[in-house]
Write a protein that binds this ligand. Structure first.
Ligand SMILES: Nc1ncnc2c1ncn2[C@@H]1O[C@H](COP(=O)(O)OP(=O)(O)OP(=O)(O)O)[C@@H](O)[C@H]1O
Ligand SMILES: [Mg+2]
Length: 317
């Protein structure tokens, strides 16, 4: 079962189910991910993920249209968490492909288990023809499946998270295209493996490089940014319920002011939540200038940013 920051409890979720626990398919035999944008918002909220109407609508559409969802935005605004929350809300398994420079087909799609193949060739002792051996060693038994193929072959509801796709080389996008547009993978020795059940696909990107037009064309696009103050207060209060409401207000207000400064790394939602946890751990009762200065390390990660914040927010005086 996928988890969303440890808050995923399937007993809280309201999927439409048969008495035996299996999902109720809609009329054309497919499983509905979300009934409406409102349904998406409320089910995501039950996992602890607060979505604004735009996000909820796109999350609903990605399921209804069976289109991959490309989520772009700065670090720490909830891109990865969205995929985890969808999996949790829909009681689906999360299959994750973490992208990095140098990621290749063998890590993303599948590879052959060469060691096992070699052992089989040795065991045959040269008694079989090469054709027979070849047919034998390029079979299911010798296939090592990687996340993309795993997600395609699952017959249970699956969320496929292709995380930080901008970190890979552009060639990897080529590998993704077949999976994204046709939900299938072609293995030359075995043929085409088509999805039994299309996964709900979420791709995330920090926009560190421009993604190819071919990839973007296949996806719905969502730009995630810092939330407004109301939503951020609700997110912080939801995740750190022990923090006093007035401190949450001052915290969110201060984070907002820090974002307006020209910093190397503006604080994200992740930092707001970390800061809130820090304040609870320190049992801070009032978030005054002194308490802010003492705990800025939870929010800002560059010495020059801290210096600037202390100066511009008048904390040192
Ligand atoms: N809408 C939201 N509702 C609840 N929590 C949220 C929301 N958005 C972000 N968070 C919190 O912010 C944290 C960071 O989110 P996440 O890891 O998804 O960021 P990200 O956008 O993937 O960042 P990066 O680009 O660095 O990977 C989450 O663990 C979660 O606690
Ligand atoms: Mg992420």
């Amino acid at each position: 079962m996928a988890s969303s920051g440890g808050r995923c409890d399937s007993s809280l979720l309201r999927g439409r189910r048969h008495p035996d626990g299996s999902k109720v398919p809609c009329e054309d035999g497919r499983v509905t991910w979300f009934e409406t944008p409102d349904d998406a918002a409320s089910r995501l909220e039950r996992t602890g993920y607060l979505a604004d109407p735009g996000l909820a609508t796109t999350a609903f559409l990605a399921g209804r249209l069976e289109k991959p969802l490309l989520v772009e935005g700065p670090a720490g605004v909830g891109k990865t968490e969205l995929a985890k929350a969808v999996a949790c809300a829909a009681d689906a398994e999360l299959v994750r492909l973490q992208c990095y420079e140098g990621l290749d087909e063998a890590r993303a799609l599948y590879e052959w288990n060469y060691k096992k193949q070699l052992l089989r060739i040795q065991a045959s002792g040269g008694e079989e023809s090469w054709g027979e051996t070849h047919d034998d060693i390029f079979t299911e038994e010798f296939l090592l499946t990687r996340p993309l193929l795993t997600a395609i072959r699952r017959d249970q509801p699956t969320v496929l998270l292709v995380d930080e796709v901008d970190k890979t080389d552009v060639e990897v996008e080529g590998l993704l295209l077949e999976v994204l547009s046709d939900s299938q993978v072609t293995i030359p020795e075995l043929g085409t493996v088509a999805a039994v059940r299309r996964p709900y696909v979420v791709l995330t990107s920090n926009a560190s490089r421009e993604l190819s037009e071919a990839l973007k064309r296949r996806c719905l696009y969502l730009h995630l940014d810092y939330p407004d103050a109301d939503r951020e207060r609700a997110i912080v209060a939801g995740q750190v319920p022990d923090l006093d409401r007035r401190i949450v207000e001052r915290l969110v207000d201060t984070v907002g002011r820090l974002r307006d400064l020209d910093l190397k790394k503006a604080p994200s939602i992740a930092e707001s939540v970390d800061w809130a946890r820090t304040l609870v751990a320190l049992q801070v009762r009032t978030l005054d200038d002194d308490a802010i200065t003492r705990t800025l390390g939870a929010v800002l990660k560059h010495a020059s940013d801290t210096e600037r914040a202390v100066k511009e927010l008048g904390l040192g005086s």
